[in-house]
Design a protein around this ligand. Structure first.
Ligand code: HEM
Length: 386
């Protein structure tokens, strides 16, 4: 386990070729072995280009109004004064954004099938990998097969209608290499499920933490509200939609998002494996050993972030030193979805603080892992329209 910014850079950037990403086989099978984050080398580079394009600033700037519609509908459905599990609600939101980013507008029947089977897959993902009938793992294996079937039907329809969409699925279906070879259906499915996996729980856990941090500190909430209400007023009290330029000009909210990413460090570390014997600062790392850069330790190191347990967005008035702020990783595998994740947060926070109030039902400091750290019991809370 390595806890210094220099070591994180060594593993993820300057000597990335010596460390491959590794996950247990049973987990890899559930997501799909051809998914981007298990890969290295040429296949990784080629595939990453297509994934990156469909998540680039140029692409996602056109998604603002659709994300806004999904955010408003998510907030309307959780408000009403009844107790909800905030994390579960945020997962519904980030899943719907995932569907939209990957497929554009998708037939409700397919969206429902994907939602149902993906949720079974998730339940089995961290369970004991037994293929006995009825175990959560085996249910997940079967759900994974059904997911492939649904994805295959969607691809077949697109081919029949000769649709050349610019969403992630479209880009993967049209991807060719220098020999004109295209990706197989399995490679495409693995990457679609991979993106769901990378995008849903991560974004939802950070959003849940943001809801908690804002709730726990009324002064912080007021400051975010002031910034967001100024935009709301300029948009004729919300009757005009948010613009891309507005989402890029929320400086205080941005610092709150950065500080939430640091405090919660929801990806606490990454898994790598040495592909050769490696020497690092007098230490010998034998080939085959697991190597874990610990982001949480870096983000909570008082030498790098003063008074690290204190939620203090103003620390981001000065850019963090290189390799000290790594919520989205670094190097060849760094998160290609980071701008989309932040856009989702800006838009959701805008509507949350300008139109809603909320009260956390169990406000204690417990944390549970699902597998990312989230407030205990998913932060049960009541939301209502102001
Ligand atoms: C707050 C939300 C998110 C966080 C904290 C996060 C964090 C990360 C981190 C740390 C990595 C690097 C993994 C490694 O090096 O092994 C990563 C990779 C990845 N992320 Fe994200 N992510 C988030 C949201 C998203 C979203 C919204 C998407 C897509 C829509 C996405 C897609 C991916 C993909 C495809 C990879 C694999 C990249 C590769 O291996 O080349 N992530 N993410």
């Amino acid at each position: 386990m390595l806890t210094s910014p220099e070591a994180a850079r060594f593993i993820l950037v300057t000597h990335a070729h010596l460390f491959k990403p590794t996950y247990p086989k049973c987990k890899e099978q559930l997501i799909g072995p051809s998914a981007l984050f298990y890969q290295q080398g040429d296949y990784h580079t080629r595939l990453r280009k297509f994934v990156q394009r469909s998540l680039s600033l140029k692409t996602i700037r056109n998604l603002v109004s659709d994300i806004e519609t999904i955010a408003i509908s998510a907030l309307e459905s959780l408000s009403g004064g009844h107790i909800v599990n905030t994390y579960k609600e945020m997962k519904k939101f980030s899943f719907n954004i995932g569907i939209f980013t990957i497929f554009g507008r998708l037939d409700a029947k397919y969206a429902e099938e994907l939602k149902e089977n993906y949720s079974i897959l998730k339940k089995g993902y961290n369970s004991f990998p037994s293929i006995q009938a009825g175990t959560p793992y085996n249910n997940a294996v079967l759900a994974r097969k059904r997911l492939s079937q649904t994805l295959s039907e969607i691809m077949c329809q697109r081919k029949e209608r000769r649709l050349e969409e610019k969403d992630l699925l479209g880009r993967l279906m049209n991807a060719t290499d220098e020999n004109g070879d295209i990706l197989t259906e399995d490679q495409i499915s693995d990457n679609i499920i991979g993106v769901f996996f990378a995008a849903q729980d991560t974004t939802a856990s950070v959003l849940t933490w943001i809801v908690k941090y804002l709730h726990d500190d009324p002064t912080l909430l007021e400051a975010v509200k002031d910034e967001q209400e100024a935009i709301y007023e300029r948009n004729d009290r919300g009757s005009k939609p948010l613009t891309w330029a507005q989402t890029r000009d929320m400086p205080f909210t941005y610092k709150v998002i950065q500080e939430s990413l640091r405090m919660a460090s929801i990806i606490s570390f990454l898994f790598r494996e040495a592909v050769a014997d490696v020497e690092y600062q007098g230490y010998h790392i034998p080939k085959g050993w697991k190597v874990l850069p610990l982001f949480r330790s870096i983000h909570h190191n008082p030498d790098l972030f003063a008074d690290p347990e204190n939620f203090n967005p103003s620390r981001f008035e000065v850019a963090p030193k290189p390799n000290t702020f790594l919520p989205f990783g670094n190097g060849v595998h760094a998160c290609p979805g980071n701008e989309l994740a932040k856009l989702e947060m800006f838009i959701l926070v805008h509507h949350l603080v300008t139109k809603f109030r909320w009260e956390v039902v169990e406000s204690h400091s417990g944390i549970e892992c699902d597998p990312f750290p989230i407030p205990q019991h998913g932060l049960p809370a009541r939301f209502w329209k102001e």
